[in-house]
Design a protein around this ligand. Structure first.
Ligand SMILES: C[S@@+](CC[C@H](N)C(=O)[O-])C[C@H]1O[C@@H](n2cnc3c(N)ncnc32)[C@H](O)[C@@H]1O
Length: 204
């Protein structure tokens, strides 16, 4: 099953606050983004934004150059509907991150929470890193969050990879300078915990 078919099925049956990765606010992402993106005109792309409230919170903080990409048109529509008129201030991209054409060096900041860990073959990870390298400006910021070493081995019925800071940074390579990393115990809506890892890199 391709990524679009899989994620469309997930979002067709699950409420936004019922998926295991749901949190009312992505506090760690927000803190890292606000720390990195000092100007409110910083060009930010959220990869696999899904139905998360990150875009709402970034708009509320005054960010004006936001793009949200997701392979699921349903997730994008739900988020747009929630935002109402404010959705017009956001650029929406519907497509698979590995397939969609990315413009060269247009983003100052790339954010991905819980997408990269679904790439379980080296070829797919290399293709993803190529997209980041093409799309992000030199000196730009890359914030990627995956399951940590003690995180789950599956999510949403799919196999996932688990990373520590060294192994995740190793996937990106020396053009990416690791600035900081942290782990988070995420509480799922059913009360279990999942370990997430966050890495923040600068593009050299
Ligand atoms: C686990 S959810 C995380 C959603 C959101 N980032 C969050 O933290 O709440 C993964 C999201 O990535 C999207 N996704 C998965 N594979 C993708 C791909 N290859 N290209 C683009 N989006 C993808 C899914 O549709 C889903 O919305």
């Amino acid at each position: 099953m391709d990524a679009k078919t899989h994620w469309e099925k997930v979002y067709a049956i699950k409420a936004p606050d019922a998926v295991s990765w749901y949190r009312p606010h992505l506090e760690t992402s927000l803190a890292l983004i606000e720390g990195a993106a000092k100007s409110r005109s910083t060009s930010i792309i959220d990869i696999g934004g899904g139905e998360s409230t990150l875009v709402d919170d970034l708009l509320a903080r005054g960010y004006t150059a936001l793009t949200v990409l997701d392979v699921s048109p349903t997730a994008i529509e739900v988020t747009k509907k929630r935002l109402g008129n404010a959705a017009e201030k956001v650029r929406w991209l519907s497509g698979d991150i590995l397939e969609i054409e990315m413009e060269p060096h247009v983003y100052d900041l790339w954010h991905d929470r819980a997408v990269f860990h679904f790439l379980t073959t080296p070829e797919r990870r290399v293709a993803y890193v190529r997209k980041v390298t093409r799309a992000v400006k030199r000196g730009g910021h890359v914030i990627v969050s995956t399951f940590g070493p003690e995180g789950p081995t599956k999510c949403s019925g799919l196999e996932v990879m688990r990373y520590d800071a060294d192994s995740l940074h190793g996937e990106f390579g020396s053009h990416f300078r690791l600035v900081e990393s942290s782990k988070e115990q995420h509480q799922t809506p059913v009360g279990t915990t999942q370990q997430f890892l966050y890495c923040y890199c600068r593009v050299e």
